[in-house]
Design a protein around this ligand. Sequence first.
Ligand SMILES: Cc1ncc(COP(=O)(O)O)c(C=O)c1O
Length: 436
Amino acid sequence: MATNNLDAYWMPFTANRQFKSAPRMLVSASGMHYRSDDGREILDGTAGLWCVNAGHARPRIVEAIARQAAELDYAPVFQMGHPKAFELAARLVQYLPGGLDHVFFTNSGSESVETALKIANAFHKVRGEGSRYRWVGRERAYHGVNYGGMSVGGIGPNRRDFGPLMTGVLHLRHTHNLAANAFSRGLPEHGADLADELERLVALNDASTISAVIVEPVAGSTGVLLPPKGYLAKLREICTKHGILLILDEVITGFGRLGAPFAVEEFDVVPDMVTCAKGITNGTVPMGAVIVRKEIYDAFMQGPEHLPELFHGYTYSGNPMAAATALATLDTYEEEGLLTRAKDLAPAFEAALHGLKGLPNVIDIRNYGLVGAVELAPRPGAPGRRAFDVFLKAYELGLLVRATGDTIALSPPLIISEAEIGRLADLLGQAITAAA
Ligand SMILES: Cc1ncc(COP(=O)(O)O)c(C=O)c1O
């Protein structure tokens, strides 16, 4: 092992005591595989944490990082600029339709969410509608770990221990419905009417108090919950009717996961803002972004010309290292057709995953593009334990998956081959059987 002192590092979202008693240490990576410290090759079934969409150690990206560090390592991003941030913003907006044409850079998905929520309220304020302050989130949503994102998020344990959250936050019901939709292939049939809950929240709280609705097009971190057919279009319609901004959190779905550059295009729903991160730099240098419609940006362009129009930003917003890395990432995606490749592979991925139906404790399988999930019946009295056991077994067999609750989530790099899809399903099947 590279180190024998594991004590000092407090690991994030990790069972620290369990890990430190039996560490799983990754020491290098290339293409579709990690290598563990005991010399084993591990098939990456999760693109790291839903972020390494082009696979690992891609030459263009590696070179860009080295080159940029030597050329311009850092430049102040407040009241100063450097060319690559502008170039990146101009390239990013080409992937988004519907007048989503201005970009605010951040360093993570969590920061993108906070930024979007702040922009929403400030937008209403600059237009004389400062009474709109409420945000609407959804049960089982994950929007990162900062106070805004936690508040609009819908995961009990993520909220439970942190005191009063933001006030005025409302939640829609989640759309996961095993009774009606189990083993759906692609988008589930039932549940579009759950979007009507927004009308109920508007009736109770009055539209004049509601600033924005934020949802993930596909809720990833709580187990790959796909939007029922028609659900997102309905949410868009109700938001428009009441002057409420719609924010789509594309931190996971952005950059090709569903078979199109963004879910905006794949699901044909144009929000007012898109949040992204992760795949923007192929998971290498931290970066995130909020892409907003022209009307939003334009609304702020007023007041004294020497003052910032929005009092918000991070030391590393659009910093040179991240911007150069993102440009090289987009080049890689483009050259290899990766932003649409999930569409071609979806049938093979779907067939392989659904082939696991009938294995012990499998109660649902769902998929879209190159994202999928296998939901397991919980061990009695021990929620999450069965999926955790499958995760451990899969790692032992040479496959990295993500356990969330009692669901195994899959999101392999978009360079995966059909043979590797077969291997992924085979190893997962073995792990599920062994953990029964
Ligand atoms: C939809 C969504 N939003 C926000 C985040 C938070 O991103 P980060 O961990 O980069 O802060 C995530 C992370 O998985 C996510 O899936």
